[in-house]
Design a protein around this ligand. Structure first.
Ligand code: SF4
Length: 337
């Protein structure tokens, strides 16, 4: 894999301006810009920025509004603010840190950016894991685990790290330093092993690719969708009778909050006479978003033992569901528990 990737990368790759540099400041700047911006769109910003602030000291000495003005159009301005803060910190500490942990500790730098800067500028053996690398790992290993999960990402990072260490320890170390290997892997994902219709016929590592051998390339990587939000509406009733309030206890079969007390819903109180609207509460449980209207009502207590009248004093001694607590509060009744 090392030899094939090296030969392929050596034959040519996109001529991006930051690829010409080993200056940690320039590499860091490019990586921060590339966090949320496509490479081609970032180029003019990168060049202008470097021209105006050619090193850490000059960036650290700048006013924040000047930095933000040069960033204007790139969006996600917290990146520019963090860049500026990090430059000031580095200027105080005497320059760009040379260890991974110290780079990672700078504002605005996560695992990916720290590994990219450490490997490209200082040849430190830290594998990068961006979307491109995740895709290449999933396909090379024919691994259908969800790349949205933290555990999968950690596992894939270990695979990329294994490739990198193999590369680093091998005879081609001089030919392919850590930064070059990382860039070659990302370049493979960005230009050949692309999300749709990857160019397997042009791929330098096709002979080692397990997904290609298994015919599963188009299904990988797997990214499970987050469950779609569900909007739910309902009504809760505040039923009073001679100073007491009617509540219903959740039964033991209830998966959540069994034993807790709820305000009843109209469907649970046949014959209830709905009264004035008190207001509305909202409540979210995982992807379920509830909008609940709270109304006064008069009703008899059903025979069901789950229903009980409580005096206001007794309300301080029983557990409530969150929606009941919100509904009671809206009605001006605030139990202590
Ligand atoms: S053979 Fe195809 S799927 Fe496998 S790594 Fe190469 S481009 Fe990606």
């Amino acid at each position: 894999m090392r030899r094939l990737l090296l030969e392929w990368y050596g034959r040519g790759h996109r001529a991006l301006p930051w690829r010409k540099s080993r200056d940690p400041y320039a590499i860091w700047l490019s990586e921060i810009m590339l966090q949320q911006t496509r490479a081609q769109a970032a180029i003019p910003y990168y060049e202008r920025f470097l021209e105006r602030f050619p090193d850490v000291a000059q960036l650290a000495a700048a006013r924040e509004d000047e930095v933000l003005a040069l960033w204007s159009g790139l969006g996600y301005y917290s990146r520019a603010r963090n860049l500026h803060r990090a430059a000031r910190r580095m200027a105080e500490a005497g320059g760009f840190p040379r260890e991974y942990e110290a780079i990672r500790a700078l504002p605005g730098i996560g695992d990916y950016t720290a590994a990219a800067v450490a490997s490209i500028a200082f040849d430190l053996p830290h594998a990068v894991l961006d979307g491109n690398v995740l895709r290449v790992v999933a396909r090379m290993r024919n691994d259908a685990a969800d790349i949205g999960s933290g555990r999968t990402r950690e596992r894939f990072r270990a695979v990329a790290q294994g490739w990198l260490e193999e590369t680093h320890a091998g005879p081609a170390k001089q030919d392919m330093p850590a930064g070059q290997f990382n860039q070659a892997l990302m370049e493979l994902g960005a230009t050949v092993c692309v999300p749709r219709n990857p160019l397997c016929l042009l791929c330098p590592v096709a002979g080692l690719c397990q997904a290609r051998a298994a015919g599963t390339v188009a299904q990988l990587p797997v990214k499970l969708r987050k469950t779609a939000p569900v909007q739910l509406e309902g009504v809760l009733l505040v039923v009073r009778n001679r100073g007491r309030i009617l509540l219903r206890q959740r039964d033991a079969a209830s998966t959540r909050m069994a034993g807790f007390w709820d305000l009843p819903a109209p469907g649970e109180l046949p014959g209830a006479a709905l009264g004035e609207r008190i207001g509305e509460i909202r409540h979210t449980i995982t992807h379920h978003h509830y909008r609940l209207e709270v109304r006064h009502a008069s009703a008899r207590k059903p025979r069901d033992e789950a229903f009980r009248w409580f005096s206001v004093v007794e309300l301080d001694t029983i557990p409530f569901s969150t929606t009941a607590r919100k509904g009671l509060k809206l009605a001006g009744i605030v139990p202590k528990l």
